[in-house]
Design a protein around this ligand. Structure first.
Ligand code: KG4
Ligand code: ZN
Length: 364
């Protein structure tokens, strides 16, 4: 049995085929991501069948590349961690099948990892030459915020492997709202990074978009009203006959103003919920704010979270850019933490994929 130093992580839950080697659960030795954005751009969204097929074609080359870039050999892999929930079922099954075959042939443990929990692990990762990793003994319990294309939720995080959901979106995920705003403006897919870029130099109060609050004290989010307000601002409000007025020519200033104003309204809503969750805690209070998921790459959110942390004098755990969007390093890292808790007992090879989140180790 190889040592417990290196874990191979595999991630195929949506449209990224990813593999990574993580050392001691924290040090990323390689992080390979084969994005499928080019394959789905034509359709303006992820097509599940195309995603599954691309995973099947790319998984083995991506794993080989991750091992080579880490400068280790296959027999140094001590375990295989696989993101097996939640996600697109066909995509997950490709990764799970590949991970099981690898773990079996290498005779090492396999561990199924929850993708959303893994996003909250991403901020604990570092590189061999990077800053010292965050000391987990000083940050829990923490308030966790996952903002991605499929999820927008707040958690009370007791440890990297134990958390309770406090609230979440009742309609669109935040990343989904970014993607739809990008699509309405004709920006490249996926819209999130393009909206972020286009917002630079825009006036964030040019449009007075709604900031959703929901019920007083609610820790849930809603972004569909904001998304619709942006659409009406761009395309015009439909008349009684359902027809919209002719679309005026859009200048780059107009696009920048829409993006900046949208980001402001969206991030105000996020900030209100973070404040409410923080205020609503009873002793012991949160000791840190942890964020993760694709939208944690957003410049406005990162600034907002840094400001929150400075005001409250608590650490903000914000993933480095490569670990915000879907990646396998976060899967390997959390897999290591899960295995440590159970003395590296393997999940059963009956491990399967779940389209929705299941408690850790369910289905094992
Ligand atoms: O975590 P992720 O890679 O996949 C899911 O688990 O869903 O998140 C992808 C989402 C997409 O909606 C993408 O547009 C958004 O993250 N995203 C961003 C930025 N970078 C990625 N949204 C806003 N600003 C960004 N800079
Ligand atoms: Zn994700």
């Amino acid at each position: 049995m190889p040592a417990r130093e290196f874990i191979l992580g595999i991630e195929t839950s949506c449209d990224e085929t990813a593999a990574a080697i993580v050392q001691h659960g924290r040090i990323v030795r390689s992080n390979v991501i084969a994005s499928q954005h080019d394959l789905h751009a034509l359709y303006g969204g992820v097509v599940p069948e195309i995603a599954s097929r691309a995973h099947a074609e790319r998984l083995i080359p991506v794993v080989r590349q991750a091992v080579a870039e880490a400068a280790i050999t296959m027999d140094q892999i001590g375990a295989v961690a696989i993101g097996n929930r939640p996600g697109l079922i066909g995509s997950l099954l490709v990764g799970v099948s590949g991970a099981k075959a690898l773990a079996w042939s290498l005779n090492v443990p396999i561990v199924g990892v929850d993708h959303v929990q893994a996003h909250l692990y991403a901020g604990l990762l570092t590189t061999p030459t990077g800053a010292a990793p965050v000391d987990p003994s000083s940050i829990f319990p923490a308030l966790g915020l996952v903002v991605s294309g499929g999820h927008t939720s707040l958690y009370r995080v007791e440890s990297p492997t134990a958390m309770t959901r406090l609230g979440g979106t009742i309609d669109d995920a935040l990343g989904e709202a970014f993607d739809k705003v990008g699509a309405v403006l004709g920006l490249p897919f996926p819209g999130g990074p393009a909206v972020d870029r286009a917002a630079t130099g825009g006036r964030d109060r040019a449009f007075d978009f709604p900031v959703s609050r929901l019920a007083p004290g609610s820790l849930d989010f809603s972004f569909s009203g904001l998304k619709t307000a942006v659409r009406y601002a761009v395309e015009g409000v439909p008349g009684r006959d359902g027809q919209t007025p002719p679309v005026p020519t859009r200048s780059s200033e107009f696009t920048a103003d829409i993006c900046a104003s949208f980001q402001r309204a969206a991030m105000r809503a996020v900030r209100l919920k973070i404040d409410a969750a923080w205020a609503g805690t009873h002793p012991p209070p949160f000791r840190a704010l942890i964020i993760g998921g694709g939208v944690s790459a957003n410049s406005r959110l990162r600034a907002e979270v840094a400001q929150f942390a400075a005001e409250r004098r608590v650490p903000a755990i914000i993933p480095a850019m490569p670990y915000c969007v879907d990646n396998a390093a976060m899967i390997a890292g959390l897999g290591h933490a899960l295995l440590d808790e159970r003395d590296w007992t393997s999940d059963d090879l009956g491990l399967t994929a779940h389209a929705t989140s299941k408690p850790a180790r369910a289905g094992a």
